[in-house]
Design a protein around this ligand. Structure first.
Ligand code: SF4
Length: 443
């Protein structure tokens, strides 16, 4: 577990400055890349976080490193990967999400003292024994540790879930939630550093050997991202050769739409459909998310056009003419009748969770990430989640484990289902749910 349990908690604020050969840098970057690959974005239910032990022995035995050098290897690997993974966009997003995952795992495993050092290094003021009783997560705790941070540093999700107490212009949080703040700052810093790496890419070109190493790492990263995206797709969209088939296998029609909506749509898609019916016109991001889901769910093009027309013209500013003029094209495009998007798969959970937080009047994303505590509590009740299952779902959502929360939600609403894995795609949720109801009907 050494590579995960590095102390002090690395924030990668400064580049290590020691002379190394290209092959040494490559070995360290390779080790760091294996750590990222071994850390799944979402921990399987009942599974282990990642095979860090195997990684560590691989690192020390195969690459000839000493365990004592791990912090150094980790830093060199991280900074090298920053250069290689700064672009294209898909690679950069993968890198950011994986780095955040590693950071959260390290934070979760760190002692209070290690956390306090990291918070101070990140410029956050840490005060002990000052947690007010109303601060979530501190009531009844034997050691009341609160972290005071500028209000502007608090991620929107913590404010939405009322995990913060405002005192004299500062936000007070429990140390658990402070991990979310420092993770947020880490992400901001990392994204800025990746922008810099992209802008300064020409500096690398003066060193041919290093430039080739960056290219090799980038090519390797692209293969990894493509493979993980393929694996996240529901089986029905993968053909016998491991490629994507160009049409969904679901059986959604207009006549069974309401039944499947209530019984089987995943929370994200149900939320969008119902919000639209309550008068919230879906903006681009929401329509995109829903369009491909419905196509993969099996809704034929003619039915999709009909369905979208009914739903969108609930908004009085959209009539039949403006629907044909402004919206029909995108639906036909999603079905490959226009442009070249026939093989484009619907968004997987990882992508949906990464979407920007919806602004006012926008509806998209994953409810387990964007809902406030009140919204989530009400939704769990509406979705029919058993009261006993709610705390675990709530905790998983709060910890940023959206797909775990979703999988627990599925378990609770589909008792006896054969599904025992992990939801990674909204269409997989739908498919498992339909299989469950089909089995119930067969008896
Ligand atoms: S975890 Fe995936 S399927 Fe579940 S609500 Fe979030 S995005 Fe939708």
């Amino acid at each position: 577990m050494e590579m995960l349990a590095i102390e002090p908690l690395p924030l990668y604020l400064e580049t290590p400055s020691v002379g190394l050969s290209t092959s040494e840098v490559e070995a360290m970057a390779g080790a760091r890349l294996r750590l990222l690959v071994a850390c799944p974005l979402h921990i399987p239910l009942g599974g282990v976080a990642c095979d860090a032990g195997a990684l560590s022995s691989d690192l020390t035995l195969n690459a000839g490193f000493d365990v004592g050098d791990l912090p150094y290897i980790d830093a060199v690997g991280h900074f090298t990967l920053r250069l290689a993974f700064s672009e294209p966009r898909a690679l950069r997003e993968w890198f950011v999400q994986k780095e955040l995952r590693v950071f959260r795992l390290r934070w979760a495993a760190a002692s209070e003292d290690v956390r306090a050092v990291a918070l101070t290094t990140a410029g956050l003021v840490c005060s002990v024994d000052t947690a007010p009783d109303e601060l979530p997560g501190t009531v009844g705790a034997t050691r009341s540790l609160a972290v005071s941070v500028p209000f502007t540093s608090v991620p929107p999700v913590l404010i939405a879930q009322r995990r913060v107490v405002l005192r004299h212009g500062k936000a007070l949080l429990s140390t658990e939630d402070a991990g979310c703040v420092i993770g947020h700052l880490f992400e901001i810093h990392l994204r800025a550093a990746l922008d810099l790496a992209t802008a300064g890419a020409h500096h690398v070109q003066s060193h041919v050997g290093f430039c080739m190493l960056v290219e090799r790492l980038r090519a390797c990263g692209e293969q990894i991202v493509a493979r993980e995206e393929r694996e996240a797709l529901p089986e029905a969209t993968i053909d016998g050769n491991g490629g994507r088939s160009d049409f969904p296998r679901g059986d959604l029609t207009l006549s069974n739409f309401e039944e499947q909506l209530q019984q089987s749509f995943p929370p994200c898609m149900r939320h969008m459909v119902l919000s639209q019916r309550r008068g919230q016109h879906l903006k681009d991001q929401g329509r995109l998310q829903l369009r491909f889901f419905l196509r993969q769910a099996g809704l034929p093009l003619a039915s999709a056009l009909q369905w979208w027309k009914v739903e969108l013209t609930r908004d009085p500013v959209i009539d039949a003419h403006s629907f044909s003029k402004n919206y029909a094209y995108a639906i036909e495009h999603a079905y490959g009748q226009r442009g070249a998007s026939a093989c484009r798969a619907g968004f997987g959970c990882a992508k949906i969770i990464q979407l920007p937080f919806p602004k006012v009047h926008e509806v998209h994303g994953c409810p387990f990430k964007i809902f406030s505590s009140g919204q989530l509590q009400a939704a769990l009740e509406t979705w029919g989640v058993a009261p006993g299952a709610r705390p675990a779902i709530w905790e998983a959502a709060l910890a940023g484990e959206c797909t775990k929360a979703c999988s627990l939600c599925f378990d609770s609403t589909h008792p006896g289902s054969k599904f025992s894995g992990h939801i990674r795609h909204p269409n997989a949720y739908l498919r498992w749910s339909r299989a469950h109801y089909a089995a119930c009907t067969r008896g």
